[in-house]
Ligand binder design. Structure first.
Ligand code: ACO
Ligand code: KIV
Length: 625
């Protein structure tokens, strides 16, 4: 049957709560609640294959390590596995830290309560948790009980627990606490929920030091989160001896709003939250404890749970539950601290740069586009933050090169190299990993890969008498440099010579001897590292081709010596020219015959050479051998 055109006959809207003076909307959460992890009970009971004792043991250790102090470990009357596991925890010395409460669940059935309490014998701190559904729907359909009958059963079972625990002279080594859940609370007539809890409180005998826990579950999430907040505030304002009561939340996620419901309901007065890591649990799950904790953290509130190594937590949870954490799960998802798209990457890169430049300490003032949390705080690396596919732009690519090689690429090089990356991602039809991008960069600019053209030997000489510009008198202000050296290209060696007003231009001019006609347009350098290990990184932008078909070519050089780094950058650009242009290098017969032929004269004059004038150009041609 298709979806109904008019669903209003089948589904009724949840009635609003009459609480005109509600206070919670103007409250903020300023401290962490008491947390109860029910991963090993509600989480476990909803797994295809519930955990065995060994797996529960491992999970428990992780929860303790994360900082949980109240852990619902089992439903001991359900299975021998759960019973034995409970015993093992209690009987193994040191397994349960002194400040951790073990909680176990039982229905309101005498024989099951007896078994449950028996399972907890000898525990240091034990919470016995009984549940009984109180909504009309459950009372009618499941139990066939009136409100009065349900109340009487809850009181009777509470008294039984009391007699077996805190009133039992033989059980005085244990510190007992009691939790009662009017299951389906959020669908229960509110005054009845309060009435049954009052009766249970009376039966248990609560105190301020050890308050009774009323766990008020949204067993099935049926309304918007504000309704749950109203229900909790109403309960909190109307239950007697509020100081002797701990109000606990247990939201399920049927409408996808469990986190919001838990947060608003804390504003409504709740003290404690029950849930599971990554929202495991019945159907759509219990409320996600990771999200709740890290939501608090990003508001500057310490959640008292340590998710510094969230990836490890994910590994353990996935391994034991056999349920993968969704790639987009808040905080934990594989994709949530990373950006693929160009404008996001650009903003994040600028954000990190600004943060670095401002010198702000790691634990201070997080202001970052697109990232509500510093990924480093939950153990995530930069590799996870920016990932590159065909949707990415220059910013993301530059970020990866910056992190991998410490190179601060000039904008023009970023644009040029991101086109190379784009081509590769499109050709492969997939994301490129940082290592692949680094390798592509090194190959493209001949870093760590043999360059087509290499310097074998060279020297510079300075001619202070020569005027760089014909007719200029004061030549010594701008001395001319001559590069003379041997380069190897594709296994052959050539002697080349060139004149310019600096090392870069003289080498660039000398390269004309082997048919590489490039003009230096821009030059940038910066230091890499500090102290003795400092290196220089040089980026040179060159122009090739005649005025009609000019192209930009980039060269990159890295060397301990700044001058060498510049020369390497020129050779890197020259190698790209040689590789990209058919017909280059020049036919060897020209080279072997000495002077370079016409193609040299056709290239556009370099800026430097233009200043030097045609005379220098002619001189360069003469230098080639
Ligand atoms: C919302 C929650 O998550 S509640 C926790 C749910 N977790 C589990 O159920 C996991 C463990 N459960 C089990 O192992 C079993 O269901 C047991 C041991 C509790 C009971 O097993 P069984 O006796 O075989 O009964 P069954 O599984 O069919 O449960 C239904 C019975 O429990 C009753 N029941 C359900 N909830 C409660 C309750 N809170 N108090 C008393 N009785 C209850 C039902 O009315 C029904 O009784 P009926 O058979 O007289 O009609
Ligand atoms: C036992 C109760 C607390 C429960 O799991 C629920 O209502 O979802």
């Amino acid at each position: 049957m298709p979806m109904l055109k008019d669903p209003s006959k089948k589904y009724k809207p949840f009635p609003p709560i009459n609480l005109p003076d509600r206070q919670w909307p103007s409250k903020t959460i300023t401290k962490a609640p008491r947390w109860l992890s029910t991963d090993l009970r509600d989480g476990n009971q909803s797994l295809v294959d519930p955990m065995d004792s060994e797996q529960k043991w491992k999970y428990f250790r992780m929860l303790v390590g994360l900082g949980y102090k109240e852990i619902e470990i089992s439903f001991p009357s359900a299975s021998q596995i759960d019973f034995d596991y409970t015993r093992r925890l209690i009987e193994t010395p040191g397994a349960v830290p002194d400040d951790v409460w073990l909680q176990v669940l039982s229905p309101c059935r005498e024989e099951l309560i007896l078994r449950t309490v028996e399972a907890m014998k000898g525990a240091k701190k034990a919470i016995i948790h009984l549940y009984l559904a109180t909504s009309a729907c459950f009372r009618d359909i499941v139990f066939g009980m009136t409100e009065e009958e349900s109340l009487a059963l809850a009181v009777k079972c509470t008294k039984l627990v009391r007699s077996l625990t805190k009133d039992n002279p033989e059980a005085q080594d244990t510190q007992w606490a009691y939790e009662f859940s009017p299951e389906t609370f959020s669908d229960t007539r509110l005054d009845y929920a309060i009435q049954i809890c009052e009766a249970v409180k009376e039966a248990w005998g609560s105190s301020e030091e050890n308050p009774i826990i009323f766990n008020l579950p949204a067993t099935v999430e049926m309304a918007t989160p504000n309704v749950y907040a109203d229900q909790i505030e109403y309960f909190s304002r109307n239950i007697s001896e509020r100081e002797k009561v701990c109000i606990s939340l247990h939201p399920h996620n049927d409408r996808g709003c469990a986190v919001a419901a838990a947060e608003l309901a804390q504003m409504g007065g709740a003290d404690r939250v029950e849930g599971c890591l990554f929202g495991n649990g019945e159907r759509t799950g219990n409320v996600d404890l990771v999200t709740l904790a890290l939501n608090l953290y990003t508001q500057g509130v310490n959640p008292n749970i340590d998710f510094s190594d969230l990836t490890k937590v994910i590994d353990v949870v996935e391994d034991l539950t056999k349920i993968p954490v969704h790639a987009r799960a808040p905080y934990g998802g594989q994709l949530v601290v990373c950006a693929f798209s160009g404008s996001h990457q650009d903003a994040i890169k600028k954000g990190f740069k600004k943060r670095e430049d401002s010198g702000v300490a790691d634990d201070e003032n997080w202001v970052m586009p697109y990232l509500p949390l510093d990924p480093a705080d939950i153990g995530r690396t930069y590799e996870a933050i920016i990932r590159v596919n065909s949707q990415s732009g220059k910013g993301g690519v530059a970020w990866i090169i910056q992190r991998a090689l410490e190179l601060d690429m000039p904008r023009g090089l970023q644009i040029a190299f991101s086109k190379v990356v784009q081509k590769e991602t499109e050709a492969l039809g997939r994301e490129l990993k940082p290592r692949e991008i680094q390798a592509l960069f090194e190959k493209e600019y001949y870093l760590n890969t043999p360059s087509r053209i290499n310097l074998v030997d060279y020297e510079f000489s300075t001619d202070r008498s020569a005027s760089p510009v014909p007719g200029m008198e004061k030549a010594s202000a701008n001395p001319r440099r001559t590069f003379a050296g041997i380069v190897s290209m594709d296994g052959r060696e050539y002697s080349i010579r060139g004149v310019g007003n600096g090392p870069i231009s003289s080498l660039a001019n000398a390269l004309k001897c082997i048919g590489v006609d490039l003009d230096v347009k821009d030059y940038k350098e910066h230091a890499i590292g500090r102290g003795r290990d400092t290196k220089a990184a040089t980026f040179i932008e060159c122009i090739i081709g005649g005025s009609n078909q000019q192209q930009t070519v980039w060269g990159v050089g890295i060397h301990e010596d700044t001058a060498q780094s510049s020369l390497i950058a020129i050779l890197s650009a020259a190698s790209s020219v040689v590789s990209s242009q058919p017909g280059t290098p020049l036919p060897l017969k020209f080279l072997e015959n000495g002077l370079a032929p016409t193609p040299l004269a056709l290239g556009s004059p370099s800026l430097k050479v233009a200043i030097n004038g045609l005379e220098a150009q002619a001189e360069n041609l003469k230098q080639c051998s």
